[in-house]
Design a protein around this ligand. Structure first.
Ligand code: FES
Length: 140
């Protein structure tokens, strides 16, 4: 896998939260945020917004809320199954998070989704970095 697509070492994907990263849409300047989630048998990635209100981020920089094997949107309490992204409870029940294709190779996680180019770890907007939220990783 191309080094430019390397997101992070597999060991750095937390077990008790999410890891936020920013990608660029391949055919333009638009940026998207996505989150990595660790499963018992791997890692998955989803775009970083709720299916109820799509302007609500699941991880605003300090990790998404997790409960057992579910990701919780703290805005109105929707629950998403971590392995599938399926919402099994809450106002968007029946919806599914937008998956982002990743690959794990040689102990690292790579962005394998042709729609996106990896940009950096952390949120898309620089101002979020100074707002007091803890990212936990440096993009450089
Ligand atoms: S915005 Fe996520 S549950 Fe309403």
């Amino acid at each position: 896998m191309d080094d430019s697509r390397r997101i992070v070492a597999l060991d750095e994907v937390p077990e008790d939260g999410s890891l936020l990263f920013t990608a660029t849409v391949a055919d333009g300047d638009e940026r998207v945020e996505a989150i990595l989630l660790r499963l018992t048998d791997g890692v998955v990635a989803y775009e970083n917004y709720c299916q109820h209100w799509t302007d609500v981020r699941l991880d605003s920089g300090s990790g998404a809320a997790l409960r057992n094997d579910e990701l919780v949107c703290e805005k109105h309490g929707a629950y998403f199954e971590m392995d599938s992204g399926y919402c099994n409870f809450g106002p968007c029940e029946g919806a599914t998070l937008e998956a982002v294709e990743i690959a794990v190779e040689d102990g690292a996680v790579y962005l394998a989704d042709d729609r996106y180019a990896f940009e950096h770890l952390g949120p898309a907007a620089d101002e979020d970095l100074s707002s007091g939220s803890r990212i936990g990783f440096s993009g450089s």
